[in-house]
Design a protein around this ligand. Sequence first.
Ligand SMILES: [Zn+2]
Length: 173
Amino acid sequence: MTPDKVRAKREANKVLEEFGIKRVPVPVERIIKSKNIVLEYAPLDEELSGMAYTQDGISIIGINALHHPNRQRFSAAHELGHHVLHPTEIQATVHVSKGLRALRRDPVSSQGSDPLEIDANTFASELLMPEKFLLEEIGPDGLDMDDETSVEKLAKKFRVSVSAMRYRLGGLI
Ligand SMILES: [Zn+2]
C-alpha cells in the first residue's frame, strides 16, 4: 500500500460538504459523534496521539487526554481519517497513532513512512485547515512564514497547533 493524498483530501472535503461546514474552527468532535463513532479520552504515553479500532461492530476513537486541546483535535481528525479511509485495516487490530510526530522521525524507521499514517495526517490537515478557508484567512497579500505571530494567529483561528499549521502551510501535509 502506498499513500494516496488525493484520495485522503477528497474524503476530507466530502465530510466538510456532508456537514455543511462554512467556517472554522471545524467541529471535529461533533462530526465524529454524528458518525456514531465512540470518542474516548484517556491518558496515554506522551508519544502516542490516539488510536482507532472497531470492536463488536462499534467504531471507536481514543485520544490522548494529556495533550493540548488543539493537538487532541488534530488527533481526533487523524483517527477519523483511519475510520473513513482504512476501515478494513483497523478491523483486525487496534491502530495506534503517533500523529504528526511520525513526520519528525527518521523516515525509514517507525511510522514516518507508514502510508496509513501519511494518509490520516493528510485527511486531518485538510479537514481542520481546509484550503478554501485557509486562503480566505491568508488573503491576497500572502503570509510571511517567518512571522511567528501571524502563524500563531492563524493556528488559533483554526484551533490547531502551531506545528500542524506550519506543516500545512509548508505543503507537507
Ligand atoms: Zn494513525
